[in-house]
Design a protein around this ligand. Structure first.
Ligand code: GLY
Length: 369
């Protein structure tokens, strides 16, 4: 399959997402064409830099860049202001100027932190996102959200900073563990429920983490996911309205993830949160029982959890501390049918009812990755 280009047009910046096998070798020419400058600083973590760092540096050097490689220890626990400060000092030491470019090479943590470093350094320089995990490919590398975590919670300090280009090399998925790949399928299923009954039906029949999935199929499913996200961020870059729908499954999912002390992966937590909210919505008559069952079946087909054993009070306590709360109401994304969702502002009492109706329905179906 040839490379697919997906144009993104947010209100602050237009850029292309390039998806295909082997496109890592094109990072240099993409940077030269879309970002310019003479120095390129590649930011990557201790897992990804040894795998792909040299290939990306070589591509940048072939395109005429002077390069620097800045690495930090892998892991969400390092997505902190202290790591960000080290990266910013690294950019200064490599003498990047306003015209130069940061290349974010890695998964979601790297993309978030390198994006924020680019947003802050010299009050903002360009960044090219090169996601290497499925989660980063289908979600975090597109749309310009950047952040670090605070002691009070995930992604609490950040900025919107759109990339100048995104380069998605499907071959990078070959070095991702089956567990991490499967975990990210939670976000892929979410996109199907959000906007695409055909993608959802395909995933339910042909799970993306099955052993016989071809590279062509990966290109096409990843590209479709990026188009879905693109359609949302083009319409609502700063999450005033439509972009909130991307939080489908996240209100309960974040609560499940946090109460597991982040031992359950983000995608698995979102998958469980999605099934719980669908069951709760079905019990309230906001979505059909059949829709909730379909979501459960597609989730199970990927070996992901469809429920949680975390108690109702704990989920409620975590959920009401979510960023999306407003006083004593909270915005929750409700699925109505496959391909149709809405954002509903509900009271904390209604949230408690949804949690009671949707969570712990069959906690024995919890699957831990
Ligand atoms: N990951 C949700 C968003 O980008 O808005």
């Amino acid at each position: 399959m040839s490379t697919i280009t997906i144009p993104v047009h947010t209100s602050s910046r237009a850029y292309d997402v390039l998806v295909g096998p082997g496109v890592l070798d094109q990072v240099g020419e993409v940077c030269a064409r879309c970002a310019g400058g003479t120095v390129a600083a590649v930011i990557s973590d201790s897992n990804v830099a040894p795998l792909y760092g040299q290939r990306v540096l070589s591509s940048l050097e072939r395109a005429g860049y002077r390069t620097a490689l800045l690495t930090f220890p892998a892991g969400e626990q390092n997505k902190r202001l202290s790591t960000l400060e080290t990266l910013l000092e690294g950019l200064a030491a490599a003498e990047l100027s306003r015209d130069d470019v940061v290349v974010a090479l890695g998964g979601g943590v790297t993309g978030d932190m390198a994006g924020l470093a680019a947003a802050l350094y010299l009050r903002g320089i360009q960044v090219v996102q090169v996601p290497t995990s499925l989660l980063a490919m289908v979600d975090s590398s597109v749309g310009g959200k950047t952040a670090v975590d605070l002691a009070h919670g995930k992604n609490l300090a950040g900025a919107f900073h759109q990339p100048s280009a995104v380069v998605v090399d499907i071959d990078c998925l070959k070095t991702l563990s089956h567990e991490l790949f499967s975990d990210s399928c939670g976000e892929v299923i979410k996109h199907g429920v959000l906007a695409d009954p055909a993608l959802f039906a395909h995933l339910a029949k042909h799970p993306l983490n099955a052993p016989d999935v071809t590279s062509d199929e990966l290109v096409s499913v990843v590209a479709r996911n990026i188009e879905i996200k693109r359609n949302v961020v083009d319409a609502d870059e700063k999450e005033h309205g439509l972009r909130q729908t991307l939080n489908l499954g996240h209100t309960l999912g974040h609560a499940i993830e946090a109460s597991s002390n982040f031992t359950l992966g983000h995608g698995s937590s979102v998958a469980a949160g999605l099934c719980c909210i669908a069951r709760g919505a079905a019990a309230k008559g906001w979505c059909s029982e059949d829709c909730a069952r379909q979501i459960e079946r597609a989730t199970l087909a990927h070996g992901l959890p469809i429920d949680t054993s975390v108690g109702h009070e704990t989920i409620f306590a975590f959920a009401t501390h979510d960023k999306k709360r407003h006083g004593s109401t909270i915005n929750v994304v409700i699925p109505h049918a496959i391909g149709s969702v809405s954002v509903r502002t509900i009271t904390f009492d209604e949230l408690a009812e949804l949690i009671e109706l949707g969570c712990n329905a069959h906690p024995s179906s919890e699957v831990s990755l």
